[in-house]
Design a protein around this ligand. Structure first.
Ligand code: ADP
Length: 593
């Protein structure tokens, strides 16, 4: 099909296809309709003016038809002219109102009113609120002036002066058509806009739901994966601990050191991923336990000091001695995690010099104590440009960091998020090549009933001979590990491979303690415990039960207590932690071990 020559192509389709916004599209449609109807109106006037021999009107009509045709073609050529043409059309309306009031009819007739309406409508619909108000006032001014000049409206009457009556009627009719079409098109755009928004909202809702499901499955996947990783890691750490007593050569000692280091790194990595996962979904809460900050920090430092020593670094601890006398309530695990991460980094990124941990009281009253922690090193330092980004997850100061030092870039992101739970934030001062200093302040609640537990971690050879223990564990490797650990303590526990076997053994024997795995087929640790608690024999039903679990669920301790268990140990655990729990129970039972 040959294309229409450009002048005869009056279709709005091409222009509309260049306008994505439906509201803008409607504005152009309204303007186009106004122009076409204006041409139509003038076309009606021409023969009538000619017939009545009204030359000035004829001339004006010819000029107008040329002007409207030009404007229509201009509009069709590019959307950018729409606003300009809209202003022109409204001003034309104003000219017509003035012309009708003061020249043609000398009265406020229906046509003048129609043009005033069209001006107001065009101001709001074709332009915007500001121009809508402006042109509304402008449209009313000639009427007010006319009323002032003419004194009153008594002499209002319809006049068809200057034009033949049929032309006037057709004009009035077409003006009504213009007003109605203007409203109709704008209403249509409004409805379409609302419907499109509703559709978008629906799509958004679906997308948000899908994102939530994806985030949940990511979180579930990480929890399950880390659970699965923790179980074998428990055996690795436990077996390595057992091996430490059987070393016969320096080479074996060296090999075991590497094994221990790798297991510890893996453990940290799993914990980091998990913590990050929990922090991301805001599932992490702080515990509030009575703590002596002084001994907590000393314990943390004794572990880190070995790490520093291995690199030939000195780890200096400067702590306010007054803290010894001020027990507080806090989450010791999270405090340790923050200090481990920051000091671990300080040691990692320093090759000579020292790492200094300072803990100072800033302020105190009867209820609270505010403490400043700072960790300074003499290491590689951090480029000023990277000082913000290193706190973002999976970000390191340089691309060579992983190659040279390892790491995932999660540590500082976790520190930052953990500190928000303490209503604090981490600060950093650093100079490349000279060292870095990280510091933060925490306000702790004072707790005068705080208990200290210093027994963990002390190197001793244990003897738990005589303690009757049942281990309920379905994983044979873990059972073997526990058997060996207990052997070291001169104890031979009973083993049950599932909940049912455990119930049979508990019915047949009296135990001082049960170590209960949680995830077991058929009858899990919770159900088995509940059944034991229901037994009629008081001695059996009140036996202390400690859960051994690789689960990382947040309300784990609640669930464990609800099921009737007394305590729990998270896998991977150090055998020394297990010992300290056993000793506690043994003391309670007055076994005098
Ligand atoms: P990771 O240590 O696993 O890489 P972090 O989030 O703990 O992750 O640290 C992010 C980055 O910040 C590190 O890779 C390192 O580039 C930089 N960084 C952190 N602590 C120090 C420090 N004490 N000295 C120099 N650079 C550091």
């Amino acid at each position: 099909m040959p294309e229409n020559p450009k002048f005869f192509n009056w279709s709005l389709k091409n222009l509309l296809s260049t306008i994505p916004d439906p509201l803008e599209q409607s504005r152009v449609k309204i303007l186009y309709t106004f122009l076409i109807l204006s041409i139509l109106k003038v076309l009606i006037v021409i023969p009538l003016a000619y017939q009545n021999n009204q030359l000035p009107q004829l001339k004006l009509a010819l000029i107008l038809i040329l002007a409207y045709t030009f404007l229509t073609k201009l509009l069709l050529s590019h959307k950018r002219y729409a606003v300009l043409i809209s202003h022109f059309m409204i001003l034309m309306g104003l000219v017509i109102v003035i012309f009708v009031l003061f020249g043609l009819a000398k009265t406020i007739n229906i046509m003048a009113m129609q043009f005033i309406f069209m001006m107001i409508l065009s101001g709001f619909y074709l332009l915007n609120r500001g121009f809508g108000i402006f042109y509304s006032i402008l449209a009313v001014i000639p009427v007010v002036v006319f009323m002032i000049v003419n004194g009153d409206l008594q002499n209002l009457h319809n006049s068809t002066e200057g034009l033949g009556s049929p032309a006037y009627e057709i004009m009035v009719f077409l003006n009504f058509v213009t007003i109605i079409l203007g409203h109709y098109l704008f209403y249509q755009a409004l409805i379409r806009n609302v419907k499109e928004k509703e559709l978008l909202n629906e799509k958004l809702l679906i997308a948000v739901n899908e994102a939530n499901i994806a985030a949940q499955s990511k979180s579930d996947f990480l929890s399950t994966m880390s659970h699965e990783l923790r179980t074998p890691l428990n055996s690795v750490i436990g077996m390595a601990e057992l091996l430490s007593d059987e070393l016969t050569s320096p080479e074996q000692e060296e090999n075991l050191k590497i094994l221990n280091f790798s297991a510890a790194s893996l453990h940290t990595l799993i914990n980091d991923i998990l913590d990050f996962n929990k922090l991301g979904s805001e599932k992490l809460y702080l515990e509030s336990i009575g703590v002596n900050l002084h001994s907590l920090i000393h314990n943390i430092c004794s572990g880190l000091r070995i790490q520093a020593k291995e690199k030939g670094l000195e780890l200096v601890l400067e702590i306010d001695e007054e803290l010894k006398q001020i027990p507080i309530s806090t989450d010791p695990t999270r405090i340790s995690q923050i200090l481990f991460n920051l000091t671990g980094n300080a040691i990692k990124f320093t090759s000579s010099g020292n790492v200094k941990i300072q803990v100072k009281i800033l302020d105190k009253d009867a209820d609270k104590i505010s403490v400043r922690f700072s960790i300074a090193d003499t290491g590689i330092g951090i480029n000023a440009e990277k000082m913000d980004s290193i706190f973002e997850p999976f970000t390191q100061a340089s691309t060579s960091t992983t190659r040279n030092y390892g790491g995932t870039g999660l540590g500082l992101a976790i520190v930052k998020r953990l500190l928000t739970l303490f209503e604090s934030s981490v600060h950093l001062e650093s100079e490349e090549g000279k060292g870095s200093k990280f510091w933060f302040d925490i306000s702790f609640k004072r707790n005068n009933q705080a208990l200290e537990n210093d027994s963990i971690g002390k190197e001793q050879i244990f003897d738990l001979n005589g303690l009757r223990v049942l281990v309920v564990e379905d994983n044979p490797v873990n059972s073997l590990l526990l058997k060996k650990i207990f052997q070291k303590w001169s104890n031979i526990p009973d083993f049950a491979r599932d909940g049912y076997e455990a119930l049979v053994k508990v019915s047949a024997n009296n135990y001082d303690l049960i170590l209960m795995d949680i995830h077991m087929p058929l009858l899990d640790g919770y159900e088995t415990t509940m059944k034991i608690r229901e037994l009629s024999d008081k001695e059996k039903s009140t036996v202390p039960i400690i859960a051994l679990t690789a689960s990382v669920s947040n309300n784990l301790s609640d669930k464990i207590r609800e099921a009737g268990m007394n305590d729990y140990l998270s896998k991977p655990y150090n055998p020394k932690e297990l010992y300290s729990k056993l000793r506690e129970i043994a003391f309670k039972k007055n076994l005098n071990l």
